[in-house]
Design a protein around this ligand. Sequence first.
Ligand SMILES: Nc1ncnc2c1ncn2[C@@H]1O[C@H](COP(=O)(O)OP(=O)(O)OP(=O)(O)O)[C@@H](O)[C@H]1O
Ligand SMILES: [Mg+2]
Length: 254
Amino acid sequence: MSKKILLSNVSKTFTNKNGQIKALHRVSFEINESELLCVVGPSGCGKTTIISLIAGFIFPDEGEVVVDGITVQGPNFERPVVFQEDALFPWKTVKENIEFGLKCRNHDTKFYESQAKEFIRKMRLIGFENRFPSELSVGMKQRVGIARALILQPKVVLMDEPFGSLDQQTRYIIQEELLQLHSDFKPTVVFVSHDIEESIFLGDRIVLLSKRPGTVKLVFKVPFSRPRSPEIRNSSDFIELRHSIWHNLREEVE
Ligand SMILES: Nc1ncnc2c1ncn2[C@@H]1O[C@H](COP(=O)(O)OP(=O)(O)OP(=O)(O)O)[C@@H](O)[C@H]1O
Ligand SMILES: [Mg+2]
């Protein structure tokens, strides 16, 4: 399997009027093609910074972020980000939000409309096509956000706690939907989460970061094959791994 994303000795310090904050210190890990890699770590350890670096919103002070063998030099439609808070266009309807990326790429109307229809179905948004984001539940907004990113069929999807503000039931359902989309399109996914269970249920591997400045503390391999059923949450392997990650994360929480 080829290495899709490579972080090599990445350090990042932010400077603002109160001084400097070192967010990441020599972070190195790699993500295989079509892998779903989860990143967990205590609040403020640099998880969002990692997403922003891979997205190309910011650049490392030291080290390199490489995607497909090329150093990241800026944002790209090939690497869309799904954020925790809805980042939808409030003045566009569900359908318009979802088809936006394809429209920008000058695809013909017939094509983007049929693709939008397909994603509206996949994300169970039928009947809400003409609603505006303000008229949707948080879960629906996140579904639109995911559809808007995946309609481009990107090779890489970056997700920064996308399900963080969802209630538990919606969260479980949308996690299963994400797994289905992952198996349909096989993108490489970097998924940041606060939630250890979520990371085990979704991930192939889990990178645990230390407290700030974030460094890679441990990498866990998730021992479940795909497709995954929700029942794995009750298995002893799942519970054991959850304990082990929590034990190591606990030491990093002040
Ligand atoms: N643009 C910025 N300017 C100054 N400091 C920043 C900036 N972005 C992040 N930081 C700081 O860098 C550190 C890491 O931030 P980051 O947002 O990556 O953490 P995080 O792991 O995503 O946290 P959380 O779990 O709370 O989302 C924090 O101390 C934060 O205050
Ligand atoms: Mg964050």
